[in-house]
Design a binder for this molecule. Structure first.
Ligand code: HEC
Length: 628
């Protein structure tokens, strides 16, 4: 089980594709933030000591409210410092010197606190670009583009045909400061592009020029898309809200036209809870998927694994008040293992993806991850339908039974469950669509490299189609798309897995929604150059389907357009180059592996590039291409 020692372990941590970790940041090249002990000097040791003496009692605990270090790492050091000097941690930090507060902030964030003079100034809009256009309500519903999560764009909305692909020109590029990834999917409304960022800034950028209309500072990295509340076109009183979640487990609402905060709630008070999947908004309710970092915490053999319970919570969009929460696993029970160490189970069943909304049936659909400890339970690695009014489970379909796994398995830690499973979560959002015979089905793609269709009324499996080998970071990782009776399934097939039954098949596939037949498969050649660290073939993020072409951002940093009927590559843009940015921040593209789809709208392609995490290529740029 220990094969490969540290490499295997590191791979495993990455495979969890959640918040940052030390080793992940180390391979990020010139853009990297100052990481781990490097660059922190003696503050690393001082910070570590302060943490052990003053903070660890609460923050290293299992199952409490105090965010674990893995979660605090997604915060900027100045945000941690602010919590210690002005925020909720002021009382506990009052006995510390200011130097100690700075040291512990840098130690936890694993980077230096940047002094005010080194911070890039915001690139604010002049008045004529700062205005939000009330005649332009949101172009789409959120992460999935529509309530069904199709990731499909009509020919009219796209404004780009297959023939236009050769006429694209870069309109502008924006660089994310203090960031080595750009994994929040851009949202469009009121002439602005709304996006979260690695350094916790939420930005409303003018779509015409890339200047900032406003920025808001969240407490930690925001990797969800920003969901914009729809309004009546032209309504002069409209005051829409913008919603997003961060990697410290907070869910936020701010005013879309000003960035002014309205409410913030912790999505789940468990100290490793994070928000990865973008919440879905429907009829005044925000459906928030809750995931966690605890699968990583288990890498520490002393950690009493595990107490996190996955859930979906429904919040009143205007107030943030909880309407219902559906737990997906029972209360963990405490017990002792053979060596007398405390452990807990069952646990896990995180939700990494945006629910699809079915107004006709009054249901939401989503898919779940693995259990962290035994006993494995019946809602892990499953597709689930909930009543949207009450949260009651209408049906569930488990794809793989008995999948209890955590990162402890990479180091043969006591924390690895007996009979460990393959870690074949569903990371990708499911899609509601219709077959040729008029049957409504829910499409799903799993890290196992398998796609499925389930009956929307009963959850019964309609078909199952293998499209890849599968792996800890996919198989199908973060998303699929569907249009005109086809399911587009990207495959990463990253890393090695023990099961050698199937060959790795990184690339894009089209599956017939009605029959489950494979229509075409476009395997990817390895075009990575020897000088490109962390470059590899594979597609981890959802593609975007239009009638003329299917667009996919890949792990090798290329954005490719495929012919919908054959899989022929129609366009291939290498984005792994430096870009001159309108805001003057040094930036380049990289892997597009973090779960954001490229946007096609109004004759433009809008793509966020860079994913310095999980052994993928760093980058920090937003690119807007336009038809000439
Ligand atoms: C007595 C227990 C306790 C101690 C000691 C403690 N914390 Fe906390 N900490 C918490 C809890 C509980 C929360 C969550 C607060 C909440 O959600 O309202 C928290 C939250 C935080 C946050 C997030 C703040 C935010 O605005 O969301 C940071 C940062 C933090 N702690 C840092 C530290 C540091 C650094 C130390 C040591 C110097 C420390 N804490 C000591 C219990 C503690």
């Amino acid at each position: 089980m220990v094969r490969g020692g540290i490499v295997q372990f590191v791979l495993g941590v990455f495979a969890l594709f959640a918040a940052s970790n030390a080793a992940a940041s180390e391979q990020t090249g010139p853009l990297s933030l100052m990481t781990t002990s490097q660059g922190l000097g003696e503050n690393y040791q001082i910070g570590q000591k302060v943490f052990q003496q003053t903070c660890a009692g609460c923050h290293n605990a299992s199952g409490g409210r105090a965010p674990q270090p893995s979660v605090l790492r997604a915060m900027r050091p100045d945000v941690i410092y602010k919590a210690l000097t002005q925020g909720v941690m002021k009382p506990v930090a009052s006995s510390l010197s200011d130097a100690e507060r700075i040291a512990v902030s840098e130690y936890l964030a694993e980077r230096k606190m940047v002094s005010a003079k080194d911070v890039a100034p915001p690139f604010m809009c002049p008045a004529k670009h700062a205005r939000f256009d009330r005649m332009a309500p949101p172009t789409y519903a959120g992460w999935g583009f529509d309530l069904a999560n199709s990731h499909a764009v009509s020919a009219k909305a796209a404004g780009l045909t297959r023939a236009d692909l050769g006429k694209l020109k870069l309109k502008w590029a924006y660089g994310f400061a203090d960031s080595n990834r750009a994994r929040s999917q851009p949202s469009l409304a009121a002439g602005a592009i709304f996006m979260g960022s690695h350094n916790g800034h939420i930005l409303a950028l003018d779509r015409e020029t890339g200047c900032e209309r406003w920025r808001y500072e969240a407490k930690a990295e925001v990797r969800t898309a920003v969901v914009i509340e729809p309004w009546q076109r032209g309504d002069s009183k409209a005051d829409p809200l913008a919603f997003f979640g961060d990697l410290a487990g907070n869910v936020y609402a701010v005013r879309a036209f000003t960035g002014e905060p309205v409410w913030t709630v912790r999505g789940d008070t468990h100290n490793v809870a994070i928000i990865t999947g973008t919440p879905a908004l429907y009829d005044g309710t925000l459906f928030v998927p809750i995931s966690s970092m605890e699968e990583n915490s288990a890498a520490d053999p002393n950690y009493p694994c595990c107490t996190f319970r996955g859930s979906v919570v429904a919040l009143d969009a205007r107030t943030g008040k909880e309407k219902w929460r559906t737990w997906l696993v029972g209360e963990p029970q405490q017990r002792k293992d053979e060596s007398g160490k405390t452990e807990h189970g069952p646990s896990g069943v995180a939700v990494w993806n945006t629910p699809a909304v079915d107004p006709r049936r009054g249901l939401i659909y989503f898919a779940t991850g693995d259990n962290y400890t035994q006993p494995a339970t019946e809602l892990s690695d499953a597709v689930i339908a909930l009543d949207m009014k009450t949260g009651a489970i209408r049906w569930s379909h488990q794809a793989i039974e008995g999948d209890a796994w955590n990162v402890g398995c990479f180091i043969s830690s006591d924390n690895c469950p007996d009979d460990a499973g393959p870690d074949f979560d569903f990371g990708a959002g499911v899609i509601l669509t219709r077959t040729r015979g008029g049957r409504d089905v829910v499409l799903a793609g799993q890290k196992a490299g398998i796609t499925y269709a389930f009956d929307a009324d009963s959850g019964e499996q309609v078909w199952k189609r293998r499209v890849g080998r599968g792996g800890l970071a996919g198989g199908v990782l973060f998303g699929i798309a569907s249009q005109n009776g086809r399911l587009y399934a990207p495959v990463s097939d990253f890393g090695e897995i023990a099961d050698k039954t199937h060959p790795a098949m990184p690339g894009l596939n089209a599956v017939d929604v009605t029959s489950g037949d494979l229509l075409w498969s476009a395997p990817m050649a390895n075009v990575c150059r020897p000088d490109q660290v962390a470059c590899l073939p594979g597609i981890s993020s959802p593609p975007t389907a239009t009638p003329g072409f299917v667009l996919a951002g890949a792990d090798d940093g290329h954005l490719r357009a495929y012919a919908p009927d054959s899989g022929e590559v129609l366009l291939d843009l290498d984005l792994t180059t430096p870009f001159a940015t309108v805001n003057g921040v040094e930036a380049k593209g990289g892997a597009m592996s973090g779960g954001a789809a490229p946007i096609v709208d109004g004759g433009q392609i809008i793509v966020a590039s860079g994913y310095g995490h999980a052994m993928k290529m760093a980058g920090n740029v937003l690119l807007v291409y336009e038809k000439q």
